[in-house]
Write a protein that binds this ligand. Structure first.
Ligand SMILES: [Zn+2]
Length: 270
């Protein structure tokens, strides 16, 4: 229900402004295609009346592009474990959770030693501490940019790199997604700029909560389209949660206005 509501909002934002609505399967670390989850999700969107344009892009098929873009960036190897990062003294004025820069200025000899300990992650050598993005719901939002990871130690390309490369390739000029991702938007917009692109506008929409007040999860009960009774039950439920009158996504376009969207998370009645 959380994903469906965000997808409906993304569709409404796109269709109400004459944009194409594009789908991308962000499957770099899930490996979910095998269990049918992807096909089920696409079928759910279609059943709700959410149509999309063009081919569905799969991130797992685009690693060569990510590798090529990584070559163009100023990066360095990082050998830190999560525990070492948490234990390191943070740089002055650095925000909570920012990478402290431990591996930024190691000598080649020091790198030789540390490379033997574990496979290195690759981090961006950022030249700013923060960056500002424009969000339809949050206005101008300024957030931390640190030397974030572009490729993990296990060789997996990071989400922050993949979305930036893919948004540019697909010509994405508006990103609509859950507001749990708002803090990562400044990093992605900064990286877009570094690569010579124009950052998209964002609309970070409130997420859906379960009965315990945290992000809705499968264990909360009847949370999928099928479990809740299909489109005839779910469409009115989603419309009401957004303050919209229509019974189908097309009808909801009639009174969709981003300025009037609820700003608080929606707790799914279970
Ligand atoms: Zn490090």
């Amino acid at each position: 229900m959380g994903n469906l509501r965000t997808a409906l909002l993304a569709w409404l934002f796109a269709r109400s402004t004459g944009r194409d609505f594009l789908l991308r399967v962000e499957d770099l670390d899930t490996g979910r295609t095998a269990d049918g989850a992807e096909a089920r999700q696409l079928a759910d969107l279609a059943a709700l009346g959410l149509d999309w344009d063009g081919e569905t892009v799969r991130q797992s098929s685009r690693t060569e592009r990510y590798a090529a873009v990584l070559e163009r960036l100023d990066v360095y190897e990082c050998y830190c474990t999560r525990r070492e990062i948490l234990a390191a003294p943070s740089a002055p004025h650095a925000p909570e959770g920012a990478y402290p820069g431990t591996c930024r200025d190691l000598t080649e000899a020091e790198r030789e030693v540390r490379r033997r300990e574990r496979p290195a992650a690759v981090r961006l050598r950022a030249t700013v501490d923060e960056f500002t993005v424009t969000d339809v719901l949050h206005g101008e939002y300024t957030g931390t940019v640190d030397d974030f990871v572009l490729r993990r130690g296990d060789g997996m390309y990071a989400y922050n790199l993949a979305v930036v490369v893919d948004d540019a390739a697909q010509g994405i000029d508006q990103v609509v997604r859950g507001d749990d991702l708002l803090p990562s938007a400044p990093r992605q917009a900064y990286l877009t700029r570094l690569l010579g692109g124009m950052p998209p506008t964002y609309a970070h929409v409130p997420i859906v909560l379960g009965p315990n007040g945290i992000r809705l999860a499968k264990r909360d009960g009847a949370v999928t389209l099928a479990e809740r009774g299909g489109p005839p039950v779910v469409l009115p439920e989603l419309a009401a949660s957004l303050g919209l009158q229509g019974r189908t996504p097309r009808e909801m376009l009639n009174d969709f206005d981003p300025a009037r969207l609820p700003r608080a998370p929606w707790t799914l009645p279970l």
